[in-house]
Design a protein around this ligand. Structure first.
Ligand SMILES: *[C@@H]1O[C@H](CO)[C@@H](O)[C@H](O)[C@H]1NC(C)=O
Ligand SMILES: *[C@@H]1O[C@H](CO)[C@@H](O)[C@H](O)[C@H]1NC(C)=O
Ligand SMILES: *[C@@H]1O[C@H](CO)[C@@H](O)[C@H](O)[C@H]1NC(C)=O
Length: 270
């Protein structure tokens, strides 16, 4: 029963409604096991899948398997977004705000179940198992780095609270906001403009350091723009059908998967 409740939680409305591969479409262990990681990297939380590879098939833990979280040890529990280690036992994950921890371990413990904390309990689901809203975020620092891609909503700190602002273009954003929305925008020549592959992006929680070359959604058209790393290490526009085994799923905004039989990257038919 709990599984169905959890599943219905993640059927919220997307502004762009991007169709991505189902777990059952994924033909290789590599694509299957990395599904959550790839989704998080491109901030593509349009419909979170929890895929597991079992006897040559990729299954969706949320749809195809009733996971007895209670049977899992702490390590496996911690790696499954559908379970949470809480009060010394592995339980079916419900929602962030159901989890409270002692102050001294609150922040770390919430992070461990992919949530932020608000000073007293866990809140804001970082991987989109439940609906995300800026208003759930209690701290300025968290607020000012959050962009909810599937809602095209940037979180702004207004002095005392975190408030969401929905976007339809990059043009009105300040330099700081532009960086916050670097999955769709780039700061160039003193203005905020649409991102290109060449601009790359930082992962959602690191606004410095290594840039990712993820594919992205055009903020104005909601079309997926495909990018890949070229032979000389640049992030460039790509044709997903030309992608190799390792890049096919991760660089196609989870829309293509590698078919080992045909040795081809093909669009998922779901
Ligand atoms: C933190 O979140 C909990 C659960 O949603 C809520 O009851 C509480 O009021 C929040 N506290 C703060 C300081 O926002
Ligand atoms: C900030 O937003 C909160 C929640 O919407 C509101 O209650 C508060 O008045 C706002 N503060 C300022 C300074 O605008
Ligand atoms: C930057 O903006 C200035 C003034 O609008 C323009 O003349 C110049 O061509 C722009 N440079 C680039 C690289 O776009």
């Amino acid at each position: 029963m709990k599984i169905f409740i959890l599943f219905s939680l993640i059927l919220f409305i997307n502004s762009a409604d991007v169709q991505t591969c189902l777990c059952s479409n994924l033909q290789t262990k590599y694509d299957c096991e990395n599904a959550v990681k790839f989704q998080a990297a491109s901030q593509d939380l349009f419909d979170l899948k929890v895929c597991i590879w079992n006897e040559g098939q990729c299954l969706d833990l949320l749809k195809d398997v009733v996971v007895p979280c209670s049977a899992l040890d702490q390590k496996i529990c911690g790696n499954l977004p559908s379970c949470a280690w809480y009060n010394g036992a592995c339980q079916t994950f419900t929602k962030c705000s159901d989890y409270q921890f002692e102050k001294s371990i609150l922040s770390q413990s919430c992070e461990g179940i992919n949530c932020l904390d608000n000073g007293t309990s866990c809140t804001f689901d970082l991987i989109g198992r439940g609906e995300q809203s800026c208003e759930q975020i209690a701290f300025e620092e968290d607020c000012q780095r959050m962009y909810i891609l599937y809602k095209k909503t940037i979180c702004n700190w207004n002095g005392s609270a975190c408030v969401g602002q929905s976007l339809s273009s990059c043009s009105s954003l300040t330099e700081k906001q532009c960086l916050q929305v670097n999955s769709q925008c780039a700061w160039k020549n003193n203005s905020c403009v649409k991102r290109t592959c060449e601009d790359g992006q930082y992962s959602s929680f690191v606004q410095e350091g290594v840039k990712l070359c993820s594919s992205y959604l055009d903020i104005e058209t909601d079309q997926v723009m495909y990018c890949e790393i070229s032979e000389d290490g640049q992030c460039v526009t790509s044709d997903p059908e030309e992608l190799g085994r390792k890049d096919c799923y991760s660089q196609s905004f989870q829309q293509y998967t590698w078919y080992p039989g045909d040795q081809e990257c093909q669009k998922c038919q779901s």
